[in-house]
Ligand binder design. Structure first.
Ligand code: PEP
Ligand code: MN
Length: 339
């Protein structure tokens, strides 16, 4: 249920509502709007009627049900787009298109530093690189783990770029959060509810990838798991879904952009690298994503893709990334965005 406060409601009114919500066994979430606050009361759907009684409290305008099964992620609760702050100068969800770029995996100091310098020079805002890798085969490269995180931190120190890196289980989440600026939840873990709850308790933004066989409603329910634990800084990432098509690694669902923009206030980022699986197709999908209203991109870039430990075929060389960024600027401008 949503408890809509009057525009002139006092702090005392709000505190009383929060207290009563808790007494009824629900979790209150205050959502600050431009003119008024609304309070989401989240919990067992069956008890909706008792919450209706809060309408009689001082300072309450009305109490309305949230129709969608995802509550905190829904536009019903918050109409304005959410801004997710990554660092002093990077915010996702505003006018600026945020570009995250770097290799699939961190492989060596030289590789990650060279990548970071190159993507920074081309105008990327965030460095990407996996230290813990969720590989389909147990025999594939699994990542440098904490050594990889240290190398990412070194690249950040050198370039000033914040970094996004994947968390693959609850046990190592605190360790990753000590280093990372954004915690990535990969497609394979997007319904790992224990992991979603864990990152929901951490105080770092989360880049949540869509699972490869996930509906948009399920995707938003996964975001809800994170938000219901207290972490509202969720960035949604469409990275391609499984279809009958085999010409691309996945089918990049660009229609997810307007659909998500219609249903949620959370920022939406597109991953054209995993979305297509082929470096030839990455740049056009970057342009299309920006044209369709994405708030950002996450792109794999490797100084030497032929020798990459993972996802070389879909990684752009720095020169190609640079050309893509120059052209992307025109698409950003056409959409009244900045890069
Ligand atoms: C990645 O970003 O390298 C990755 C493993 O992505 P996904 O979870 O989308 O497959
Ligand atoms: Mn990858």
């Amino acid at each position: 249920m949503i408890i809509v406060m009057k525009t002139d409601a006092s702090k005392k009114d709000k505190d009383e509502v929060l207290k009563r919500i808790k007494e009824l066994g629900y979790k209150p979430h205050v959502i600050r709007g431009e003119t008024r606050n609304v309070i989401g009361a989240i919990g067992d759907e069956r008890g909706k009627a008792v919450l209706q009684a809060l309408e009689s409290l001082h300072g309450v305008e009305n109490v309305v049900p949230i129709l969608q099964p995802y509550k905190l992620a829904s536009k019903e609760v918050k109409k304005e787009s959410s801004l997710v702050r990554i660092s002093d100068d990077v915010v996702i969800g505003g006018r600026q298109i945020v570009v995250m770029a770097g290799p699939c995996s961190v492989e060596s100091e030289q590789q990650i530093i060279e990548s970071a310098l190159a993507v920074k020079k081309s105008g990327a805002h965030v460095l990407r690189g996996g230290a813990f890798k969720p590989r389909t085969s147990p025999y594939s490269f699994q990542g440098l783990e904490e050594d990889g995180l240290k190398l990412l931190a070194k690249a950040r120190e050198l370039t000033g770029l914040p970094f996004v890196t994947e968390v693959i289980n609850p046990e190592t989440a605190d360790l990753v959060a000590e280093y990372a600026d954004i915690l990535q939840i990969g497609a394979r873990n997007s319904q790992n509810f224990a992991l979603l709850k864990k990152v929901g308790q951490l105080k770092k933004p989360v880049l949540l990838k869509r699972g490869m066989a996930m509906t948009i409603q399920e995707f938003l329910m996964s975001a809800e798991y994170i938000m219901s634990e207290g972490n509202q800084a969720v960035i949604l990432c469409e990275r391609g879904i499984r279809t009958f098509e085999t010409a691309t690694r996945n089918t990049l669902d660009l229609s997810a952009i307007p659909v998500l923009k219609h249903k949620t206030h959370l920022p939406v980022v597109i991953d054209p690298s995993h979305g297509t699986g082929d470096h030839h197709y990455v740049a056009p999908m970057c342009y299309a994503a920006v044209a369709a209203g994405a708030d950002g991109l996450i792109v794999e870039v490797h100084p030497n893709p032929e020798q990459a430990s993972s996802d070389g075929a879909q990684s752009l060389k720095p020169k190609k990334f640079d050309l893509m960024m120059a052209k992307l600027k025109l698409f950003a401008e056409a959409g009244e965005r900045t890069l």
